[in-house]
Design a protein around this ligand. Sequence first.
Ligand code: URA
Length: 239
Amino acid sequence: MRIDKLLANMGFGTRKEVKQLLKKGSVRVNEEIVKDAKTHVDPDVQQVTVNGEQVEYKEFIYLMMNKPPGIISATEDNHDQTVIDILEHEDAIFEPFPVGRLDKDTEGLLLITNDGQLAHQLLSPKKHVPKTYYAHIDGVVSEEDVVAFKNGVVLDDGYETKPGMLTILEAGPISKIELIITEGKFHQVKRMFEAVGKRVIYLKRIQMGPLPLDETLELGEYRELTQEELELLRNASGK
Ligand code: URA
């Protein structure tokens, strides 16, 4: 890869700004000053430094966010802040995007990456990657609802859902439940409850495939996945 592309990718400025850095003699490859922007480097075997600081090159970034309500899971939006807007600059430079969507008012586990292939695999309906949601429901959720979800319910557009595994944590005027589904239709959880005459009043995704939400993350906080977590996800997506 060209040295100017590598440094631009790693957030050292535009190609033009990087050119200036090179011209000033700030960049070294294996201790040697490199001034030519066209120089090819292999970041896996060569050591690149800028003003003496080693550059750790990586192509992909994998983030787990505890999405706060009020934020859109998209890369850009004309009205609202997006999950990408709230990333640190050093992460945003990788141009990541959210893996699937959570509604504006939904909280919880959102993966954000620039690895299009992994994202595609995780979202592919063929892979049936399960997603677990925790929700508060207006009304008493019953065993009948558990059976209905197990058999699949018919949504407002006539689509019959795949089986969902509904667990009642607390039944009451406001019920607390967990639901595992393997699909990701628009507003799916809310529409599944509408199909049985009930309304979701709070929704949080707590797990995606084998990956649980790190509950130490406050709303709006995020962190990189560990190597182990990434392997788990790759295995779950069959990548
Ligand atoms: N189902 C919904 O209804 N909303 C979400 O954000 C996610 C799943």
